[in-house]
Design a protein around this ligand. Structure first.
Ligand code: SF4
Length: 461
C-alpha cells in the first residue's frame, strides 16, 4: 500500500464524516447512553483508582515477562488436552487454521466477537475455502450483513440507528419494515440457533489467557460465545500474545473492570473459563480445542521501551468513546482493526509504521483517553513518542522539513523578525505553511509589531 494514498484517503474520509450530521447524531446518542451507564458502573467501586493501578501494574508486569507466562500457559493448556499454535503473523495463523479445517472436514463455522480474527481476516479465508461462516454476536452479525467492518472494538454497529438495522433486515431477510430492536433480536436468535446446531467449527477470541490453569476467559452479553464453544466439535480461540494474565484469581479484578469501562455493567452477563476440550464423561464442549497465539507485530511493540505499555490494553473501548477525534471522524475512517487512541498508538507497529504513522498525528492530545483507561496507559504520551519515532526514522515530507527549518531560522533571528510588520509575516506564514498546517486550523497570528519593538517603545515612555 502506498503510504501517501493511505493518508490521503484517511484525510478525505475524515473531512467527509466530520461534517455528516446524521452520523454525529447517532454517535452522540449511543455514546451518551454509554456515559450514563459507566458513571453508574463505577459507583459500585470503593476505590476505583486502586483497582486501575493494580490492573495496570499486573498487565505491565505480564508484558515484561511474556516469554515466561506464555510458556506456562502452553504447558498447562496442553496438559488439559488442548493444542497451542504459535503464529508469527496473519499468514501463519491462517495456514494453521486451514490445516485444522481440512483435518476435521469443516464445512460451516460460527464465530463470536473477536478483533484478532478481524486482524487476520479469518472470515474471508474461511469463505474462500468453502466454509460457511456466520458471525454470532448481534453487532458483528449486523455489520457482516451490511458488508462492513466493525465500527468500534466493543460495539461493532455503534454507527447504526435501530431504524438503519430494521431497514437492513428488511432488505436482506425480507422482514417486515420497522421491526423493533426486540423483534430484530428475536429474528436473529432464531436464525443463529439453527446455524449453531449444524456448525462444525466454533471460533472465539479470548479476553484473557490464564497462565496458571492453562485456560481462556471469554466474556460476553448474549451467550453466543458459549454456544460457539459448546455445540461444534472443534473450537479454535485466537488471541494476541499480550492477553496473558498470571492467575485465575486475577479475573476478580479484570472482569469487572472490563465490564465497567466497556459497557458500564458491573459484570458482563456471561463469563466463561475454558480449559480445553471436553473430557471423558462430559456432555458439552468440543472434541478438539486449539488456541492460536498471535504475534502479528506485537513483538515490534514489545521491543520499544515506551510504546510497549500499549500491550497492557484490555480492549475495553473506553478511550474511543471519549476521543474527540474518534467521535468526529468515526471508526471506519481509520480503516484498521483497532481505531481511536489505542488504534493510533498500536497500528503503526502492528502493521507498517510508515503507512500508518499518520494516525499518531491525528490527535488533539487532549489527554482525555488516559483519564478513562482502566489500565492507565498514557495514550497521549505514546502518540507523541510515535511522532518522535516517525521523525527519527525520517518519516516526514520535504515540505514539512523545509517549513520547520525556515520558520526556525526566521524566529531565531531578531533582525528577520523586525524586518517587516505583522501583516506581511502572517501572509508569508500562511502561504508557506498552507499544505502542512491544514486548511481548517488557524495559524497563530503575529502582532503588528514584534515583542522586541513593543518592548523598546514601552521603554521610551
Ligand atoms: S487503551 Fe485503555 S481505554 Fe483504550 S481500549 Fe485499551 S484498555 Fe480500554
Amino acid at each position: 500500500m502506498n503510504p501517501s494514498s493511505v493518508k490521503k484517503t484517511f484525510n478525505k474520509q475524515a473531512e467527509k464524516v466530520a461534517f455528516d450530521k446524521a452520523h454525529r447524531n447517532k454517535i452522540n446518542f449511543n455514546i451518551s447512553k454509554y456515559n450514563k451507564s459507566v458513571a453508574e458502573g463505577k459507583s459500585i467501586y470503593k476505590d476505583i483508582e486502586l483497582a486501575r493501578n493494580r490492573a495496570g501494574h499486573i498487565k505491565y508486569k505480564m508484558v515484561s515477562e511474556l516469554d515466561k507466562y506464555l510458556i506456562e500457559f502452553e504447558d498447562n493448556f496442553e496438559k488439559n488436552g488442548g493444542k497451542v499454535i504459535w503464529a508469527r503473523d496473519a499468514n501463519e495463523a491462517l495456514k494453521e487454521i486451514l490445516n485444522i479445517v481440512k483435518k476435521h472436514d469443516i464445512k460451516s463455522a460460527v464465530k463470536s466477537k473477536s478483533m484478532t480474527t478481524e486482524e487476520i481476516e479469518l472470515n474471508e479465508m474461511l469463505e474462500k475455502n468453502g466454509v460457511e461462516t456466520l458471525e454470532s454476536d448481534l453487532g458483528e452479525f449486523i455489520v457482516q450483513q451490511a458488508g462492513e467492518k466493525p465500527y468500534h472494538i466493543v460495539t461493532p454497529a455503534m454507527h447504526m440507528s435501530k431504524e438503519d438495522v430494521a431497514a437492513l433486515y428488511h432488505k436482506k431477510f425480507q422482514t417486515e419494515e420497522n421491526l423493533s430492536p426486540e423483534e430484530l433480536t428475536l429474528f436473529t436468535r432464531k436464525l443463529l440457533r439453527e446455524k449453531f446446531q449444524k456448525a462444525d467449527l466454533g471460533v472465539t477470541g479470548a479476553n484473557f489467557l490464564i497462565a496458571d490453569i492453562g485456560g481462556i476467559a471469554v466474556t460476553e452479553n448474549e451467550g453466543n460465545a458459549i454456544l460457539s464453544m459448546s455445540f461444534p466439535k472443534v473450537h479454535i480461540a485466537i488471541a494476541g500474545i499480550e492477553k496473558i494474565i498470571p492467575f485465575v484469581e486475577d479475573l476478580d479484578l479484570y472482569w469487572p473492570l472490563l465490564a465497567t469501562y466497556g459497557t458500564g455493567q458491573p459484570m458482563t452477563v456471561y463469563n466463561s473459563i475454558i480449559t480445553g476440550p471436553k473430557k471423558n464423561g462430559e456432555k458439552d464442549g468440543p472434541e478438539n480445542m486449539y488456541v492460536v497465539l498471535l504475534d502479528e507485530g506485537r513483538t515490534n511493540l514489545l521491543a520499544l521501551e515506551r510504546q510497549r505499555q500499549a500491550l497492557s490494553c484490555i480492549r475495553c473501548g473506553a478511550c474511543l468513546n471519549v476521543c474527540p477525534v474518534y467521535k468526529n471522524i468515526g471508526g471506519h475512517t481509520y480503516n484498521t482493526t483497532y481505531s481511536g487512541p489505542i488504534g493510533a498508538v498500536i497500528t503503526p507497529h502492528l502493521k507498517d509504521f510508515n503507512t500508518y504513522k499518520h494516525l499518531s498525528f491525528a490527535s488533539s492530545l487532549c489527554g482525555k483517553c488516559i483519564t478513562v483507561c482502566p489500565v492507565k496507559i498514557p495514550l497521549h504520551e505514546l502518540l507523541l513518542v510515535n511522532r518522535n519515532h516517525a521523525i527519527k526514522k525520517g518519516n516526514y515530507t520535504f515540505m514539512e522539513k523545509q517549513s520547520i527549518k525556515w520558520s526556525t531560522v526566521g524566529m531565531k533571528s531578531r533582525k528577520m523578525m523586525n524586518l517587516t510588520g505583522g501583516k506581511m509575516k502572517n501572509a508569508l506564514a500562511g502561504s508557506f505553511m498552507k499544505n502542512t498546517w491544514g486548511s481548517r486550523r488557524d495559524l497563530p497570528k503575529f502582532a503588528n509589531k514584534s515583542f522586541n519593538e513593543q518592548w523598546k517603545e514601552k521603554d521610551k515612555e
